[in-house]
Design a protein around this ligand. Structure first.
Ligand SMILES: NC(=O)c1ccc[n+]([C@@H]2O[C@H](COP(=O)([O-])OP(=O)(O)OC[C@H]3O[C@@H](n4cnc5c(N)ncnc54)[C@H](OP(=O)(O)O)[C@@H]3O)[C@@H](O)[C@H]2O)c1
Length: 256
């Protein structure tokens, strides 16, 4: 049974793994046997995640690049294929919102969020899929958000990008399914990661409680509470699951 969740022999890349959810998922995938390529823009942050994986007995490679830099992202996938032999699992996690109201969002701000949360994920998936399709096995996991389904104020570009990411997930799943590549998404709720776009909500006691009470479980998620979902979607346990959005939100989107 545990073999179902083994990632022995697999190579995974997690974008945005220098901190937060990406770091936790990188450690979880490595803990199940994958060699994890740890990405982020900040070399110090990814070095810390890389060191944590090695300290836990796992295997990892640090690769700093900006996912919106098309040439750098393509080069990273080519380097993984050349140096590690194959890229089997891509976790498109790097992303953020800017908390700007729709009225105030400039064209440049809109484009930046769509670029990082949607365009960069498509380009990396397209590039990574080449080797996956050639080998007949691959897993692409896009990190969406409950904001693809439900909105809060000052978030239009982020909601649009994440909803687009889920549409893309379904379309690529249909296209690449016959070739052995599954494409799924995880839609987290509000998670306690150290410093991200939700920090302002989390440190304000009124907002913190408001968001906790919006969930069925009555609390925010912990930073490592996507680990089970990503390990499931990365391995053989999810072989018949594709085009799916796995919502991990403590029941926020099912509560009236
Ligand atoms: N935390 C939540 O409550 C929550 C809820 C729903 C969805 N999500 C989604 O989950 C993902 C991770 O969120 P998080 O809370 O862990 O965020 P976070 O703590 O802000 O971490 C974001 C990560 O992405 C990296 N990053 C940002 N832009 C990048 C780029 N262009 N190229 C490469 N790396 C980049 C950052 O590293 P560098 O600064 O070193 O580049 C960092 O490692 C995001 O897609 C977010 O939308 C989070």
């Amino acid at each position: 049974m545990t073999r179902m969740f083994s990632l022995d022999g697999r190579v995974a890349m997690v974008t945005g793994a220098s901190r937060g959810l990406g770091r936790a998922m990188a450690l979880a995938l490595a803990g199940c046997g994958a060699h994890v390529v740890v990405n982020g823009r900040n070399a110090e942050g990814i070095a810390a995640t890389h060191a944590a994986i090695l300290a836990a007995g796992g295997a990892a490679t640090a690769m700093a690049f900006d996912t919106t830099d098309i040439a750098a992202a393509d080069a990273a996938v080519e380097r993984i294929e050349a140096e590690l032999g194959h890229l089997d699992i891509l976790v498109n996690n790097a992303g953020y919102g800017n908390g700007r109201s729709g009225s105030e969002t400039t064209n440049e701000e809109w484009d930046e969020i769509i670029n990082v949360d949607l365009n960069a994920c498509f380009r990396l998936a397209r590039k990574a899929s080449v080797g996956m399709i050639r080998r007949g096995w691959g897993r692409i996991i896009n990190i969406s958000s409950v904001n693809a389904h439900i909105a809060r104020e000052a978030n239009a570009s982020y909601c649009a990008a994440k909803a687009g990411l889920e549409g893309m997930t379904r379309a690529l799943a249909v296209e690449w399914g016959p070739k052995g590549v599954t494409v799924n998404a995880i839609a987290p709720g509000y998670m306690m990661t150290p410093d991200n776009m939700a920090t302002a909500l989390r440190v304000d006691p009124v907002q913190r409680e408001r968001f906790a009470q919006r969930t069925a479980l009555g609390r925010w998620g912990q930073g490592d509470e996507l680990d089970g979902a990503v390990v499931y979607l990365a391995g053989n346990a999810s072989a018949y699951c594709t085009g799916h959005v796995l919502v991990v939100d403590g029941g926020m989107t099912v509560k009236i």
